[in-house]
Design a protein around this ligand. Structure first.
Ligand code: ADP
Ligand code: ZN
Length: 336
């Protein structure tokens, strides 16, 4: 199974293990960039693969976690690439979760004014989200993702085998985002997820999500209107993450955010009654939380003071029913 992403330059998602032979055919050097957890689990295998393909064994690992998605790590990667003698025609293989693809992607996009980058996502979230669309970047002390650029990966390999070692919180991150895709764009995906044997259809589920993301990304490459649909559940989700002092996984917070915002839009008559209950039931079936102790008013107020607003107007991603997302503007006061 493969999916062409019609970006410029074009990108593709290939279902299956990373093809080191293809990398060796295209480049003389390929630097694997990953985090230390993944290096422990898979570093030996990746070095072996590089060697087997006749490539030098270049692998750089940085400390895992959001706290290391920094200019400092970026500098360490540049330093490694420079010491390894990478040239314009060489490449980086970003192997890991969303943090790795963000930092390694930014390093590749800026080293020598840009070398090729390939993605090997190892989390469910990165497979359906971060590895496609070309967002890269690092955090600054003043905020998340403040420095970065759009740079499309040449290819992305979706290898579900990595999920065998994925921790529970990381599953929730991925599932929260997958439920979101179903909500905004595909009732069929939502139904697929509600079957008891959904795990057996996981590659089809990932494929469905990527098709949706592709449509949105192609239609709206630079994060304008349509991409905001992907923010469904996120406005409140971010507020919930913050209120929980980031103890709730992002996907779990987004899950709760989807339930709360959909209850709100049901009350406003914008959403088919019973929709929030469907989302709730789905999240519960995954063992994910569906409510949060803080009042909705407080969360709305926190969200309304957040950055994603234009003046006094505030755009929210909502759904009219499962599978149908739309954008609606509100007054900030109306929300608060
Ligand atoms: P994402 O942004 O995609 O959720 P992160 O880059 O934040 O992912 O990684 C989350 C954590 O999970 C990190 O500590 C990382 O080392 C770990 N991790 C990523 N993929 C795997 C995997 N396949 N098996 C075990 N741990 C993993
Ligand atoms: Zn998200």
């Amino acid at each position: 199974m493969r999916l062409e992403i019609r970006t410029d330059p074009p990108s593709e998602v290939i279902f299956g293990p990373a093809d080191f032979g293809l990398l060796a055919a295209r480049h003389r050097k390929v630097a694997v960039v990953t985090d230390r957890n993944l290096e422990k689990l898979y570093g030996g295998r990746w070095r072996e693969e590089l060697k087997k393909a006749g490539l030098p064994e270049l692998l750089f690992a940085f400390e895992p976690g959001e706290a290391h998605k920094t200019p400092r790590t970026l500098e360490e990667i540049w330093d490694f690439l420079a010491r390894s003698g990478l040239t314009r025609s060489d490449a980086v293989l970003a192997a890991g979760g969303g943090i790795v693809s963000d930092v390694a992607g930014f390093a590749a996009a800026t080293f020598l004014r840009g070398v090729a980058c390939y993605n090997l996502p190892t989390t469910l979230l990165a497979m359906v989200d971060a590895a496609v669309g070309g967002k890269t970047g690092v955090n600054l002390p003043q905020g998340k993702n403040l420095a970065g650029c759009f740079a499309q990966p040449r290819a992305v390999w979706a290898d579900l085998g990595f999920l065998d070692t994925l921790p529970e919180a990381e599953w929730q991150n991925g599932l929260g985002e997958i439920v979101k895709y179903g909500c905004i764009a595909s009732e069929a995906l939502f139904e697929r997820l509600s079957r008891p044997d959904w795990r057996e259809e996981l590659s089809q589920i990932v494929f469905d999500c990527l098709c949706i993301k592709q449509e949105v990304v192609e239609a709206d490459l630079l994060d304008g209107g349509l991409r905001q649909l992907l923010n469904f559940g996120h406005t409140l989700g971010h507020a919930i993450e913050k209120e929980s002092d980031f103890t709730l996984p992002h996907g779990a917070a987004v899950g709760i955010g989807m339930v709360l915002i959909t209850r709100f839009s049901e009350e406003k008559g914008l959403t088919e009654p019973g929709t929030a209950a469907k989302i709730e039931a789905m999240l519960s079936s995954f063992g994910m939380p569906t409510s949060f102790p803080e009042s909705r008013e407080k969360l709305f107020a926190a969200a309304a003071s957040d950055k994603k607003r234009r003046g006094d107007r505030f755009t929210l991603a909502l759904i009219s029913r499962i599978g149908h997302g739309f954008l609606q503007e509100f007054d900030r006061e109306e929300l608060a």
